[in-house]
Structures are given as structure tokens and as C-alpha cells.
Design a binder for this molecule. Structure first.
Ligand SMILES: CC(C)(COP(=O)(O)OP(=O)(O)OC[C@H]1O[C@@H](n2cnc3c(N)ncnc32)[C@H](O)[C@@H]1OP(=O)(O)O)[C@@H](O)C(=O)NCCC(=O)NCCS
Length: 167
């Protein structure tokens, strides 16, 4: 872990730095635009930034997701996107963001998180495709993974925040 790394909730003055990290990490505007739309629509549940000497070098966002299950509409969260500045990758910043965010989400009573991403990366935090395989989703595939922190549905339709339909 990098010395001097500080992780804290995103605040309004962080918006430009967050956008730059997303653009640099993905090399395209889609993820930065997704972040802006999720925040503008009030669909962000948790957003953290990692800073080093005042510069934003990493960012993670969880948005509200609903599982339309037999027992009704159950709230969950979707992890997307996660980004670390290219020159700072492979130093544990992404992992620190995921782990700190998970701790805060659990404390807040969240029970289920879903991610669409590389299983070899997200598996280290407990995400598994098996936990998500029962969900109906346009994104259903091996990369769709879930992590439950308590009683949570394993079947039902995943309903993402509207900003995802703009991707
Ligand atoms: C993916 C990302 C967020 C990881 O953050 P990071 O700070 O570099 O990662 P960490 O230092 O916590 O972890 C490094 C480990 O993750 C692995 N890793 C990094 N990116 C990976 C990827 N796309 N797929 C699989 N493994 C990956 C590294 O090989 C390394 O493995 P090791 O611990 O076995 O050596 C960062 O590389 C990034 O911003 N990438 C571009 C954007 C992106 O792809 N975001 C994820 C969308 S699903």
C-alpha cells in the first residue's frame, strides 16, 4: 500500500478529479459519463476517492440496484465503475477502495453487491458468478458476480439505475 494514501467519501469539489481518473483508467468517456449521470440522478449509494498528496488517484462508485424477487423489490448495490490512474495501478489502491467501501456498505445495512468484471480480480473480494447465476439480467454472463453479506435473494430480475441504459 502506498504511504500517505487517504480514502474518503467523494465531495462536490472532487468531481473534476474523479472524471479525469475515470477517463485515464478506461481511455474513453463512457465510464466518466456513467459516473456523472449516476450522481446527477441521485442513484449513487457510495462513492469513495483515494488521494495522494491531495491528488485523486482512484475512485469507486456503488449505485442503487433492485432485485425484483418473489418477495418484492429488494435493494442491492452495483459496483461500477472502479478506476485507478494508470501510473498508480498494481499498488493495492483498487483493493483498498473495494475493501473500505464494502465495510461501509455492510455497516449501512446493505446485503448484496453485484459487479460485472474480471472474475480473477473481483473473486479476491468474495464476488462469485455462482452467487449471481440465478439472476435474470441483460448482463448475465460469467463476468456477472455477486457478494452477499446476509439474507439476500439469489433469483429475480436485476434492475440497474437508468444511467446504465445509456452505456
Ligand atoms: C482494475 C483496477 C481498478 C485495479 O486497481 P489496482 O489498484 O491496479 O489493483 P490492485 O493493486 O488492488 O490489485 C492488483 C492486482 O489486480 C490484478 N488486476 C488488475 N487489473 C486487472 C484486470 N483487469 N483483470 C484481472 N486482474 C487485474 C493485477 O494483476 C494484480 O494482481 P496480483 O495481486 O495477483 O499481482 C485498475 O487496474 C484500473 O483502473 N484498470 C482500468 C479500469 C478497469 O478495468 N476497471 C475495472 C472495471 S471491471
Amino acid at each position: 500500500m502506498i504511504r500517505g494514501l487517504v480514502i474518503h467519501p467523494a465531495e462536490p469539489p472532487d468531481r473534476a478529479g474523479i472524471r479525469e481518473v475515470e477517463l485515464q483508467a478506461f481511455g474513453q468517456p463512457a465510464e466518466a459519463d456513467l459516473v456523472d449521470a449516476l450522481v446527477a440522478n441521485g442513484d449513487a449509494v457510495l462513492e469513495l476517492v483515494a488521494t495522494l498528496e491531495g491528488e485523486i488517484i482512484g475512485h469507486i462508485l456503488f449505485s442503487r440496484l433492485f432485485v425484483e424477487a418473489d418477495e418484492g423489490r429488494v435493494p442491492a448495490v452495483a459496483l461500477a465503475p472502479l478506476a485507478v490512474r494508470p501510473k498508480r495501478q498494481d499498488s493495492g489502491i483498487g483493493s483498498a477502495l473495494v475493501e473500505q467501501a464494502h465495510a461501509l456498505l455492510r455497516e449501512a445495512g446493505e446485503r448484496l453487491s453485484v459487479v460485472l468484471g474480471e472474475p480473477s480480480y473481483y473473486g479476491r473480494f468474495g464476488y462469485a458468478h455462482e452467487r449471481a447465476a440465478g439472476f435474470a439480467s441483460d448482463y448475465q454472463c460469467e463476468a456477472l458476480q455477486a457478494l452477499a453479506w446476509g439474507e439476500a435473494p439469489a433469483t429475480g430480475r436485476l434492475v440497474y439505475a437508468p444511467a446504465f441504459s445509456g452505456l
